[in-house]
Design a protein around this ligand. Structure first.
Ligand SMILES: [Fe+2]
Length: 495
């Protein structure tokens, strides 16, 4: 298969989108732009949008005719979209990771991927190669003066926030040990305990798992300085992709997952393909006290979690004696097995994400669960000023249909108090990515903009869509000069 080509995939009669439109997003990014000025193809860029949207996701999916087994194994490619005075420009760069540079030179994959990409030569040539390929492809955030490209199983890569030039792996001024895991899901505390912070974690997992909880200042000259640090060890394997914060707690859901590493060791599967839902264990909520809160120095508290698997949480808050957390639950761990082709996913056969709310009672230890919406969703957020508090509004990506699984084609504003919703749809030929809500200076929780990169199956390229956060009315569409594969996470940096 030639570079940048993608296999044709068939559409099921019951689907209301063309599979080839969805899969056409999966191609190698073959251009890098610097300060490319963007024009609005529709509408106008809001004049009060002042800052930079950073996006991360897999940008290299094929080498020498070999495709990654799962797009999550694609090398990280950062896109920045800078907005100022009604104008926007785009810069994009691959993260120059050690593995990316080596594979560029070799012209082929020379590392295995966690999600099943193997080196050529079958199990024999993959067995006992347990090196981790840090692909820096999951999220991108600014901490102090470092733009960090994040991948949860290893340390971050540091980039220049404007040029996106790669400086190299960062140990965050000595905070991280060589190779130490650093989550791709930091949470930005807007200042619950009188100081805005970036709260994040790293997990060292095994039969026992240790969570290192870290809090960094994000204010003034201290931005990037570690101000809080604790380690707690729990029984069991812990697959922790995300977490949530409240003023007093860091809230984790330890999924009921078993890990059988043998197929990975013997070269038959990627490490993440060795995860499966546990038949014997229950998931657990792990509540770790934050050092800035009123339970500082106390031990963690553990509660039984409902069945299901969670990658992402929406938000958490405290209410009387309860910690409340909203999360996207799957009824099983979604994986792509060695004999499956990700381009031919049958959406009907893989579990969909359902938004649920769990109330954890700290006094009687009861946990109750409520479904908030049955519509398949992912990538949900609240107004960042409401993080850790009881927020009314949320914005998320959803399938177009009301029930069952499907590709993400809608942006939904969802009222968490009364279930009212607004929908903006890119269907039938468009496919959305994570929406980022950018608040204005107004005190109304839903005043602001929603930014999302949309795969345009007609143009075979990506668009940046700007919506009014209040009613999701379309503000502007910018046609990007890039074809960006379906991506992962990003962030907004004001100013
Ligand atoms: Fe994530």
């Amino acid at each position: 298969m030639s570079e940048n080509a993608f296999p044709t995939t068939k559409t099921k009669a019951s689907e209301n989108f063309e599979r080839s439109d969805w899969s056409s997003a999966y191609s190698n990014v073959d251009k890098e732009f610097s300060n490319f000025e963007l024009k609005a193809a529709k509408g106008a860029i809001p004049k009060d949008l002042f800052g930079t949207l950073y996006r991360n996701g897999p940008g290299r999916l094929e080498r020498n005719g070999q495709w990654v087994h799962h797009p999550f194994d694609g090398d990280g490619m950062i896109t920045s979209l800078r907005f100022e005075e009604g104008k926007a420009n785009l810069t994009n760069r691959f993260v120059r990771t050690k593995a990316w540079q080596e594979e560029e030179k070799a012209g082929k994959f020379i590392y295995r991927g966690v999600f099943g990409t193997q080196k050529a030569g079958g199990a024999l040539s993959n067995a006992f190669d347990l090196r981790l390929k840090n692909i820096a492809n999951t999220n991108v955030v600014l901490l102090g003066n470092e733009l960090l490209a994040l991948w949860e199983a290893a340390s971050p890569y540091s980039l220049d926030p404007r040029s996106l030039d790669t400086h190299g792996i960062s140990n965050l001024n000595g905070v991280l040990n060589p190779g130490e895991a650093f989550s791709a899901h930091p949470r930005f505390d807007p200042g619950h305990n009188n100081q805005s912070r970036m709260v994040t974690f790293g997990v060292n997992t095994g039969p026992k798992s240790t969570i290192r909880l870290m809090e960094f200042s994000t204010q003034g000259d201290d931005a990037g300085v570690l101000i809080s640090n604790r380690k707690d060890t729990f029984n069991g394997f812990a697959f922790l992709h995300d977490f949530a914060i409240t003023p007093n707690w860091a809230v984790f859901l330890q999924n009921a997952i078993d890990f059988n590493p043998l197929p990975f060791i013997f070269g038959q599967k990627g490490a993440a393909q060795c995860l499966s839902s546990s038949k014997n264990n229950k998931g657990r909520f792990l509540l770790i006290p934050r050092d800035s809160g009123c339970y500082a120095l106390e031990p963690p508290r553990i509660f039984e979690a409902p069945d299901g698997f969670v990658f992402h949480h929406l938000n958490a808050w405290e209410e009387n004696s309860e910690v409340v957390i909203e999360s996207i639950f799957y009824n099983d761990f979604p994986s792509i097995q060695p004999n499956e082709n990700f381009l031919e996913i049958n959406f009907d056969e893989i579990p969909e994400g359902i938004l649920k709310k769990c109330r954890i009672n700290l006094l009687n230890k009861n946990v109750t669960t409520e479904v908030l919406s049955n519509q398949c969703c992912e990538f949900a957020m609240v107004n960042p000023r409401m993080l850790g508090m009881k927020a009314r509004y949320s914005w998320m990506a959803t399938a177009q249909k009301e029930h069952g699984n499907g590709p993400l084609q809608n942006i939904k504003k969802f009222d968490l108090f009364n279930s009212q919703k607004h929908i903006w749809s890119a269907a039938p030929r468009g496919f959305v990515s994570e929406p980022i809500m950018v608040p204005t200076s107004s005190s109304n929780e839903d005043d602001g903009w929603v930014l999302t990169v949309v795969w345009n199956g007609e143009r075979l390229a990506s668009d940046l869509v700007i919506l009014n956060a209040n009613d999701l009315s379309e503000q502007a569409i910018l046609e990007l000069p890039l074809a960006i594969p379906h991506g992962l996470h990003g962030s907004w940096v004001e100013g």
